[in-house]
Write a protein that binds this ligand. Sequence first.
Ligand SMILES: [Mn+2]
Length: 315
Amino acid sequence: MKKDIYEKIKEYEKIIIHRHVRPDPDALGSQAGLKEIIQQRFPGKKVLLAGEQELSLSFLASMDEISDEDLENALVIVCDTANRERIDDGRFNDGDFLIKIDHHPDVDVYGDISWVETDASSTSEMICSLFEEFEKDGGSMPDEGARLLYAGIVGDTGRFRFSNTTEKTFYYAGELIKHKFSRTALYDEMYETSLPLLRLEGYVLSNLELRPSGAGVVTLTMDKLEEYGVTSKEAAAIVNAFSTLRGLKAWVFFVEESPELIRIRLRSKGPEIHKLAEKYNGGGHPMASGASASSWEETEEFTADLDKICSEFPG
Ligand SMILES: [Mn+2]
């Protein structure tokens, strides 16, 4: 599979790399890291990054302007995106050949080649593994590529704490840190927090509901976000704020984005929650998923479903 992907990269002169909407460090790290690797080995190829610029992560990478013409006869690679609806820039289908590279459960099979490894910690880790094909053919890892892929791995493993962290993860991370980039600067950029966000975290810790089932529930209304001066997207950074709480099995953040849209961020320390997310227009990993609801009544149903899953889980 990796060999086939490498051959396709070799074959095409234009390569457009996509990733999911509302990107996280792994989406951007795998997307831009792959670009760095390709450009190092094939400087003559045109490689472009598709999707909207994510300002909070602009220290990682800048997106490119892509014309419809750019997509003609292009190879399109989509990183870190389980389902087609979540691909940033809907023109992913307008190229000549489509490749999916992802580590989420394969809920939506797409692409002329689909490479999915659900036991990889991150798509960035998969790109490290793909890089071995480049290396065999005379490629080398650029420092900037190493920084980006390292950011992706760190992001998706919660700094190597989550259970998706394997021996392979440490191996590739070990290879990446041989390169010249500042890990300290990268951590500062990734984890630095603002005073409004810190205050909101205080609110969340004070108001979180721990239910008898072991389910944790946090509700953030638009009014509350406005009061603290934090956007819904920024609030995503504190979703793990109380993950160490004793007795907690899984937890949910209901974040009101508009009167019709309540974003659901779901995390777990044991029970698998991705099927529940799928039931509510979402999806993701067994231990970290996202979904949405259109009313507070629907969030109550969601909480009841989460209670059931937690109650049935031992411990
Ligand atoms: Mn990922």
